[in-house]
Design a protein around this ligand. Structure first.
Ligand SMILES: Cc1cc2nc3c(=O)[nH]c(=O)nc-3n(C[C@H](O)[C@H](O)[C@H](O)COP(=O)(O)OP(=O)(O)OC[C@H]3O[C@@H](n4cnc5c(N)ncnc54)[C@H](O)[C@@H]3O)c2cc1C
Ligand SMILES: NC(=O)c1ccc[n+]([C@@H]2O[C@H](COP(=O)([O-])OP(=O)(O)OC[C@H]3O[C@@H](n4cnc5c(N)ncnc54)[C@H](O)[C@@H]3O)[C@@H](O)[C@H]2O)c1
Length: 490
C-alpha cells in the first residue's frame, strides 16, 4: 500500500538552494511546498547576504565615482556627501524588486509557500509554527533541508546592533562610520572592509591567521593586499581578538598581546554556522556537527535518511549562493527520480571586494603540491586598450598552464569585471582546453577579455626555447601578427 503524503516534495528554506530545488521539482509536475520562517521569501541571499552586499557595493562605486578615479584622480566624486540613506534607498528597491520576481516565479510554477518555522515530528512530518503561534502539520514524500546559515556569534562579543554588529547588521546601518574595525578577514569581512574603504572610511582588518583568503592563489592575494595597503587599509594579521570594550562611546578591540584597535563601528565576521538548531533533527534520525552542518552524499545530496536531502550553506563548504542553487537542482532531480550528473569539477569563486577577485581551478600552490610541471602567464589590465580607456590601471589576470599537456589549470583575476571574466577561463578549464585557445581565438576589441590572450602569450614566451633551430611549442602562424596587446613582451 502506498502512503499518501500532502506533498511530493517539501523544501525548508526559500534561499537560492530551496528555490532552485522547488522550481525544478515543480517542472517535473510534482506538488511542492516551501516553508520559510522569515516573513518574506529569498533567504539570507536576498535579505542580508549576497544581494544587499552587492547592491551596497554597486551604490558605493557609483556614488563615489570610484571607477572613474583612475582617469580624474582620487578626489573625484559623483556625490560629495554620501549618507546611509543614499545607500539604503537602492538596497531597499533592489530587494523589493527581487522579492516580487521570486514570488511571481513561485506563483507561475504552482509552488505553495508557507511562512512559519519548521521542525521535524518524524522523518516525513513537519510541524510549522507561524508568527501568530498557530501550528500546522504537513507531510512530504521527500524533504529538502535548505535552511542556510547564520552568523556565528560567540558569547564574548558584546553585539549591540549599533556599534558592534555582525554582517546582518550591515544592511541596517543608519549612519556611515568614520572608522571601521573588521574582525575576521574571510570573504564577508574583506568585502565589507574594501567597500567601506572605497567610501573613504578608515578601515582596520584583524585576523588570527597570518594570511588572508588562503584558498586563493598567493600571488593573487598579494597583489590584492598591496592595492588595499596603498589606499590605506590597515591589516593586523596573526592577531586573535581577546575582548571588546567600550571607551568614550567607541568599541575598542583588545587583541592578544594587548594591542588595541578602535573605530566607530566594529564588524565581527568570524564565520557562519548551519541554521539547524530549531529543526528537531533527532525526530528525523539526523544529527548536525558542532557548527550546525549536515553531512550528505556529495553526488545526490541525500542525508543518512535517504528521502531527506540537505543543500546549500547547511552542508558547509563552499557555502556560495551559486553552488547552493546547483545543489538544490541536483537534489530535486534525484528526489523526483531523474538523477543528473554532478556539476562540472571547477566552479568559480567571486569575491565582490573593491577591487573584485575571481578565481577558478588550481592555485599555483596546489599545482606545486600535485607536483605538476607548470608555467604561469600574467596580464595587467593597463596593457589592454579597454583598461587604458577606463583608467583601470591595477587589474591583473594570471593563468596557470600544465607544461606537459598545455592544458589550462587555473585562472586568477583581480580587478574590474573579474567575476564576469572568470567564466571564459571556467569554460576552457571544464572542457579540458589548452592555453593555445586564447592565442588562436579572436576576441572583441577593446575588452578586458584580451587579458587572456596577453597572459597566454606570456606563457608561450616563457615556455618557448629561443635558441635557433628549436621547435616552438606552438606553430608560429597561430600567433596573430597584431597580438592585440601592445604590452605583451616577446
Ligand atoms: C554578507 C554575505 C554576502 C554574500 N555574498 C555572496 C556572493 O556574492 N556570492 C555568493 O555566491 N554567495 C554569497 N554569500 C553566500 C550566500 O548568501 C549563501 O551561500 C546562500 O544564501 C545560501 O543559500 P541557502 O539556500 O543555503 O540558504 P539561505 O539563503 O541562508 O536561506 C535559508 C532560508 O531558510 C529559512 N529557514 C531557516 N531555518 C528555518 C526553519 N526552521 N523553518 C523555516 N525556514 C527556515 C531562513 O529564514 C532562510 O530564508 C554571501 C553571504 C553573506 C552573509
Ligand atoms: N562573494 C562570495 O562568494 C561570498 C561573500 C560573502 C560570504 N560568502 C560565504 O560566506 C561564508 C562565511 O564567510 P565569513 O567571512 O564569515 O567566514 P570565514 O570562515 O570564511 O572567515 C572568518 C575569518 O575570521 C577569522 N576569525 C575568526 N575568529 C576570529 C577572532 N576571534 N579573531 C581574529 N580572527 C578571527 C578566521 O581566521 C577567518 O579568516 C564563506 O564560506 C563564504 O563562502 C561568500
Amino acid at each position: 500500500m502506498t502512503q499518501a503524503y500532502d506533498y511530493d516534495l517539501i523544501v525548508i528554506g526559500s534561499g537560492p538552494s530551496g528555490r532552485r530545488a522547488s522550481v525544478q521539482a515543480s517542472k517535473f509536475g510534482k506538488s511542492v511546498l516551501v516553508i520559510d520562517r522569515h516573513g518574506q521569501m529569498g533567504g539570507v541571499s536576498v535579505h542580508t547576504g549576497t544581494i544587499p552586499s552587492k547592491t551596497l557595493r554597486e551604490t558605493v562605486l557609483n556614488l563615489t565615482g570610484w571607477r572613474e578615479r583612475g582617469i580624474y584622480g582620487i578626489n573625484y566624486r559623483v556625490k560629495q556627501h554620501i549618507d546611509a540613506q543614499d545607500l539604503g534607498r537602492r538596497v531597499g528597491k533592489t530587494l523589493s524588486d527581487k522579492v516580487d520576481v521570486l514570488e511571481h516565479q513561485f506563483a507561475r510554477n504552482g509552488i505553495t509557500l508557507m511562512y512559519g518555522s519548521a521542525r521535524f515530528r518524524d522523518p516525513h512530518t513537519l510541524e510549522v509554527t507561524d508568527a501568530q503561534g498557530d501550528v500546522q502539520h504537513v507531510t512530504g514524500k521527500s524533504i529538502v533541508i535548505a535552511v542556510g546559515s547564520e552568523p556565528h556569534r560567540p558569547d564574548h562579543i558584546p553585539f549591540d546592533g549599533t556599534c558592534v554588529i555582525d554582517s546582518d547588521g550591515m544592511v541596517k546601518l543608519d549612519k556611515i562610520p568614520r572608522s571601521l574595525v573588521v574582525i575576521g578577514a574571510g570573504v564577508i569581512g574583506i568585502e565589507y572592509a574594501t567597500i567601506f574603504s572605497a567610501l573613504d572610511v578608515r578601515v582596520t582588518v584583524v585576523d588570527q591567521r597570518d594570511h588572508i583568503l588562503d584558498f586563493i592563489d598567493r600571488e593573487t592575494v598579494q597583489e590584492f593586499v598591496h592595492q588595499l595597503r596603498e589606499r590605506g587599509v590597515n591589516f593586523r594579521l596573526g592577531c586573535t581578538l581577546d575582548s571588546i570594550i567600550m571607551e568614550a562611546g567607541q568599541p575598542v578591540a583588545i587583541l592578544d598581546g594587548g594591542r588595541r584597535v578602535r573605530g566607530d563601528l566594529l564588524l565581527y565576521t568570524g564565520g557562519r554556522q548551519g541554521a539547524t538548531a530549531d529543526l528537531n533533527l533527532a525526530a528525523a534520525d539526523l544529527t548536525a556537527d558542532s557548527r550546525g552542518r549536515l553531512k550528505v552524499d556529495p553526488d545526490s545530496f541525500q542525508t543518512d535518511v535517504s528521502h531527506i536531502y540537505a543543500t546549500g550553506d547547511v552542508i558547509g563548504f563552499p557555502a556560495l549562493a551559486s553552488t547552493s542553487m546547483e545543489q538544490g537542482r541536483i537534489a530535486a532531480c534525484h528526489a523526483c527520480g531523474y538523477p543528473v550528473p554532478p556539476a562540472p569539477t571547477y566552479f568559480p569563486y567571486g569575491i565582490y571586494s573593491v577591487p573584485e577577485i575571481s578565481t577558478v581551478g588550481l592555485t599555483e600552490e596546489e599545482a606545486q603540491q600535485k607536483k605538476l610541471p607548470y608555467e604561469t602567464g600574467i596580464a595587467r589590465f593597463r596593457e589592454t586598450s579597454r583598461g587604458q580607456i577606463m583608467g583601470e590601471t591595477a587589474g591583473f589576470l594570471k593563468i596557470i598552464v600544465c607544461l606537459q599537456t598545455h592544458k589550462l589549470l587555473g585562472v586568477h583575476i583581480v580587478g574590474e569585471a573579474a567575476t564576469e571574466l572568470i567564466h571564459i577561463g571556467q569554460a576552457v578549464l571544464n572542457f579540458g582546453g589548452s592555453f593555445e585557445y586564447f592565442i588562436e581565438a579572436t576576441f572583441n576589441y577593446p575588452t578586458f577579455a584580451e587579458a587572456y590572450k596577453i597572459a597566454a602569450l606570456d606563457v608561450w614566451n616563457r615556455m618557448t626555447p629561443r635558441q635557433d633551430g628549436e621547435p616552438p611549442a606552438i606553430a608560429p602562424e597561430a600567433l596573430s601578427p597584431e597580438r592585440g596587446a601592445e604590452g605583451a613582451a616577446v
